[in-house]
Design a protein. Structure first.
Length: 212
């Protein structure tokens, strides 16, 4: 409120213009000015308190928001740590399962060495050879274990193919290589084991561990 409005209000409320002295006017103005100052100061104080309260509320809200963010970050990190631990644990379990199954296959390979000294090996070897000898076309090389060379010639005297014995007790059967090695046919105990290995691994996993 400006001085003119203040003067008009004061004169209207408290004095008659014709009867008011110069000193009375000043006194009235001072009194009214003090009242207005007190009101302004009081309002300023109230506004200041409101501002402080609003600021405190904002700070509290920000604190809560910050705490929530921290809690959310901690929760996310906790989940990540747990998931990594689960993946690591599952990886170790899978590795252990794989090692168990691989050990079984290794034992099976070792068993082949015993089969070779068994009486049944002759019929097994003959069967393995018969399954692929029909695929001989043109120049074909027959690869067999050197120990089986004489047995092969005895069983299949009419085969017109180059016989290439090798010093490998791990063949356990026969391999055919066509000219220029464009086609390689393997029919050995190990090659047959490798073919069925994925299926066997699934079955072994179910039998040993109950589930995949």
């Amino acid at each position: 409120m400006n001085l003119k409005n203040c003067l008009d209000i004061t004169i209207t409320k408290n004095f008659e213009v014709n009867k008011m002295s110069h000193q009375d006017l000043i006194k009235a103005l001072l009194q009214d000015g003090r009242r207005q100052c007190e009101q302004i100061i009081e309002k300023a104080r109230a506004d200041a308190e409101d501002i402080i309260k609003d600021a405190e509320k904002e700070i509290e809200q920000r604190k809560k928001g910050h705490l929530k963010k921290i809690e959310a970050d901690i929760k996310i990190k906790s989940i990540q740590i747990i998931n990594r631990a689960k993946i690591n644990a599952n990886g170790k379990i899978l590795k252990a399962k794989y090692e168990v199954i691989e050990n079984i296959f290794q034992k099976a390979t070792e068993r082949f060495l015993e089969i070779k000294n068994d009486k049944k090996y002759l019929s097994i070897f003959e069967k393995l050879c018969k399954e692929v000898l029909g695929n001989i076309k043109g120049e074909t090389k027959v690869i067999i274990d050197r120990e089986d060379a004489s047995l092969f010639k005895k069983l299949f005297p009419g085969i017109k193919a180059e016989i290439a014995p090798v010093n490998s007790a791990k063949i356990f059967g026969i391999e055919l290589i066509t000219e220029n090695a464009t086609v390689i046919i393997k029919n050995t105990l190990i090659s047959r084991l490798k073919k069925i290995k994925p299926e066997l691994m699934l079955e072994l996993n179910k039998l040993l561990f109950g589930k995949l």
